[in-house]
Design a protein around this ligand. Structure first.
Ligand SMILES: Nc1ncnc2c1ncn2[C@@H]1O[C@H](COP(=O)(O)OP(=O)(O)OP(=O)(O)O)[C@@H](O)[C@H]1O
Ligand SMILES: [Mg+2]
Length: 255
């Protein structure tokens, strides 16, 4: 059974049809890329799948459960985590606290426990703290735990966002343009890091990316969108030579 199954997903914003009948299945251990020109509808797909928007039409089944109408944190609790095209970190909280607040949906204590600081709460907090430090350590971020994200270079902020997503123990990780704003050296580091995450955590990764080197190097499968529709879906080698894809990127005059 597919880990994620999306059927005829469609989204309009007022008069704008941003997404039309998008279909897709992801298994338990896939690395898939989603590419396409600006405004094609890629981020919209991620916003729908992760519960940030409710689709105008269509069905999403993740981990055996229909998720249409669920809130983002409920989808996260089912095992889906994401990063954002524009980094979304709490800039006035430390790196460690940014990871900690992502855990609250997973803690087994309620409001009273937290207020009364029960033994259960204290135990849970200690546990969370250790797990957060473990993931930061794995991502080579230990020396920055007390820093504020806004004081870190862009590449490290992206890494903190990735650590936060991983800390929720996802089975599927959505990355929205992880290489955006990185220099060539950092892009190579990112490729290495994503491959490491894939091998180490044995999870599925679905990424939107404009930098061809990243998707061509990493992905087993590429989907291409243009004007809210899927125009190609296949192995990277096939996609590269697909005339529809070339036309979408370069304009019809190119073919
Ligand atoms: N919340 C929204 N309200 C209105 N229009 C939106 C909203 N979100 C996206 N759109 C529109 O939907 C279309 C698809 O946007 P989307 O952000 O999904 O594109 P994209 O493929 O991610 O592009 P990019 O590569 O530039 O990030 C665009 O025309 C965009 O302006
Ligand atoms: Mg986008």
């Amino acid at each position: 059974m597919a880990l994620l199954s999306v059927h005829n997903l469609s989204q309009s914003f007022g008069g704008l049809q941003a997404l039309t009948d998008f279909n897709m299945e992801i298994g338990g251990y896939d690395l898939v890329g989603l590419i396409g020109p600006n405004g094609a509808g890629k981020t919209t797909v991620f916003n729908l799948v992760s519960g940030f928007y409710t689709p105008t039409r269509g069905a999403i089944v993740f981990n055996g459960k229909p998720t249409r109408g669920m809130k983002p944190h409920e989808v996260t609790a089912l095992g889906l985590a994401r990063t954002f095209q524009n980094i979304r970190l709490w800039n006035d909280l430390s790196v460690l606290d940014n990871i900690r607040i992502a855990q609250y949906h997973r803690l087994g204590y309620g409001f009273l426990d937290a207020v009364l600081r029960t033994a259960r709460y204290a135990r849970a907090e200690k546990n969370v703290d250790r797990k957060c430090r473990d993931i930061l350590d794995m991502m080579d971020l230990t020396e920055f735990v007390e820093e504020l994200p806004k004081n870190l270079p862009y590449g490290l902020q992206r890494r903190v966002e990735l650590a936060r997503a991983l800390s929720t123990k996802p089975r599927l990780l959505l990355l929205d343009e992880p290489a955006a704003g990185l220099n060539a050296l950092d892009v190579d580091g990112l490729i290495h890091l994503i491959r490491w995450i894939y091998n180490e955590f044995k999870i599925s990764i679905w990424m939107i990316e404009h930098q061809m080197k990243v998707v061509m190097t990493l992905c087993q499968r590429l989907m291409v969108m243009d004007f809210g529709k899927t125009i190609a879906d296949g192995a990277p080698g096939e996609i590269q030579n697909n005339p529809d894809v070339i036309a979408a990127y370069l304009g019809d005059g190119a073919v």
